[in-house]
Design a protein around this ligand. Structure first.
Ligand code: BGC
Length: 362
């Protein structure tokens, strides 16, 4: 910011002098960092996790097409078999000469050996959507602001309860994501940052007593795990109570929890979500699921490919956060996009430029 305004103030001549330190310096060929770039037709690896939500499937296609049309040779792979498959895929990408490896980790703490091997070969490593933990072999975190996602979910749960369930106190239950996914903690912590004061002052009560991320977690982000847990909670704690609200970290788990509540013959609770999955947007428009989060995958893939392009030129990619995402070894420089909360009220507006979701709001 400071540099940008200085450049503006100095005008064109001054800007030329300063351009050696600007990341938008595309023209100069004698700067040393350009020499460290790589050929435009290089191999770029994209290691994706399992298909636990629609956003990952969208990302696969967008990376394949976007990297190909930029001239690269992409290798885009899911690791449906689990962590060791993902480790092997990353190792193979290094052996095939990848210059950048983009990683959406299944378990961000289990890739240290492969990422170190990548760095030893001079490969740039981008953590995509999920942070890579306990390693210094990561150059950039390209993601939506996950803590903010959690805060928005907490706020919308409170708003929905006030709008749909009258005056409190309210009975709620918490669902957290898969414990191996590095995002599950910022999602949960962000939400609890908003909800905890309301638990403390008695506005919210959690009849199951399952208040920690660990107690609320959903192994593998699997719908059946969330549904089974909710079945058990309902039969043990809600014989004569209404469950008024559920914090759900994503849409898949929100729909699973709603199924459980419906099968128990209970009224529809206010429930949050994330990802703007087609079935959940339909559910929101039908007055069932209360909210979701829009993280436009097209934007995130584009900004990640922009970072690849910067590395290709030997430049540093754009970063807008250098303090929030400590991975246990270092604070990973991040380029964070802003998530948007969506309810029935603003869906048409938020999805206006999304050809898949926009028709669902008509
Ligand atoms: C993503 C979420 C997604 C979840 C399950 C998380 O890491 O950020 O958008 O719902 O994985 O696939």
């Amino acid at each position: 910011m400071k540099l940008a305004s200085t450049v503006l103030a100095l005008g064109a001549a001054g800007a030329l002098v300063l351009s050696g330190c600007s990341s938008s310096d595309r023209g100069s060929s004698d700067n040393t960092s350009t020499a460290a770039g790589f050929a435009q037709d290089s191999v770029i690896g994209v290691a994706l996790p399992q298909k636990t939500s629609e956003n990952w499937v969208l990302a696969q296609n967008l990376f394949q097409d976007g990297l190909t049309s930029a001239g690269y040779k992409p290798i885009v792979q899911f690791a449906n078999g689990g962590v060791s498959e993902q480790q092997n895929q990353i190792q193979a990408m290094i052996e095939k000469g990848a210059k950048v490896i983009v990683v959406g980790a299944i378990d961000g703490s289990q890739l240290g050996t492969q990422l170190k091997a990548a760095h030893d070969q001079g490969v740039k490593v981008i953590a995509y959507d999920r942070l890579l933990l306990n390693t210094d072999a990561v150059d950039l975190y390209s993601a939506f602001d996950n803590y903010k996602v959690g805060q928005l979910q907490g706020q919308s749960l409170l708003k929905g309860l006030a709008a749909r369930k009258g005056k409190g106190p309210y009975n709620i239950e918490l669902i957290a994501g898969s414990p191996d996914d590095a995002n599950s903690k910022p999602f949960f912590d962000g939400a609890m940052n908003v909800l905890q004061p309301k638990i403390d002052d008695g506005t919210l009560s959690i009849p199951s007593g399952q208040k920690t991320q660990q107690q609320a977690s959903t192994q593998g982000w699997k719908a059946e795990n969330a549904q089974n847990r909710m079945d058990t909670i309902l039969s043990a704690n809600y014989k004569s109570k209404e469950l008024q609200g559920i914090l759900s970290p994503n849409d898949t788990l929100a729909r699973a929890a709603l199924t459980s509540v419906k099968q128990a013959g209970k009224p529809t609770p206010v429930i949050t979500g994330q990802d703007s999955e087609v079935e959940s947007v339909k559910s929101i428009m039908a007055g069932q699921q209360y909210s979701t989060i829009y993280k436009d995958t097209r934007e995130l893939v584009k900004s990640t490919i922009d970072a690849v392009n910067s590395y290709q030129k030997g430049e540093d990619p754009k970063v807008n956060d250098t303090k929030s995402y400590n991975n246990g070894v270092k604070v990973v420089p991040a380029n964070l996009l802003t998530p948007i909360i969506v309810t029935k009220d603003n869906a048409a507006e938020v999805y206006a430029n999304d050809p898949t979701l926009s028709p669902l709001t008509k």
